[in-house]
Design a protein around this ligand. Structure first.
Ligand SMILES: [Zn+2]
Length: 140
C-alpha cells in the first residue's frame, strides 16, 4: 500500500514505481507544483527588481544631497551609498577638463578623484522621443 501525494488516499500500486493512485492525480499534482514554482519565481523576480530600484533610488537621493559639491568616499559610505549600483557610466575623454569615468544614478553622477575625493554632478535628463530612450544632456 502507498499513499498518493495528491489525494492522500491509500492505493495499491500497479507498478513498482507508481507514485500516484491515478493519472489524474499525477497530472494535477505536477501541474500544481509547476504553477507554485512559477509563482515563486515571479515573486522572487519582483523582489529583486524592487530591491534594485530601491538601492538605485537611495543612491540617487544621496547624490542629490551633495550635487555640485566635492566630498569624500567615506562620506558616501557613511550614508550607506552602494557603489555597486549605477544606471550608467560615462567615459570622460581628453577633450573635457577631466578624464576618467563618471558613474551615474539617474541624473546624478559622481567621479572619484585620487581614490578618495568625490565630485558630485547633476545632468539634465531628457526624453528622446525619436529613439525612445532617456538621454543625458552633456554640459561640457
Ligand atoms: Zn490520488
Amino acid at each position: 500500500m502507498r499513499i498518493c501525494p495528491h489525494c492522500e488516499q491509500e492505493f495499491e500500486p500497479k507498478r513498482l514505481n507508481s507514485k500516484y493512485c491515478s493519472r489524474k492525480c499525477q497530472y494535477t499534482y505536477n501541474n500544481r507544483k509547476a504553477r507554485q514554482k512559477r509563482l515563486q519565481k515571479k515573486v522572487e523576480n519582483t523582489n529583486t527588481i524592487e530591491n534594485l530600484n530601491r538601492i538605485l533610488m537611495r543612491n540617487r537621493n544621496i547624490l542629490q544631497k551633495y550635487a555640485g559639491q566635492t566630498i569624500t568616499v567615506e562620506q558616501l559610505q557613511q550614508e550607506s551609498f552602494n557603489f555597486n549600483y549605477i544606471t550608467y557610466f560615462q567615459k570622460l575623454t581628453g577633450k573635457r577638463k577631466r578624464t576618467g569615468t563618471a558613474f551615474f544614478c539617474y541624473e546624478y553622477g559622481y567621479q572619484i578623484i585620487n581614490g578618495t575625493t568625490v565630485e558630485v554632478t547633476s545632468r539634465q535628463l531628457k526624453w528622446d522621443a525619436l529613439e525612445g530612450i532617456l538621454k543625458i544632456e552633456d554640459q561640457n
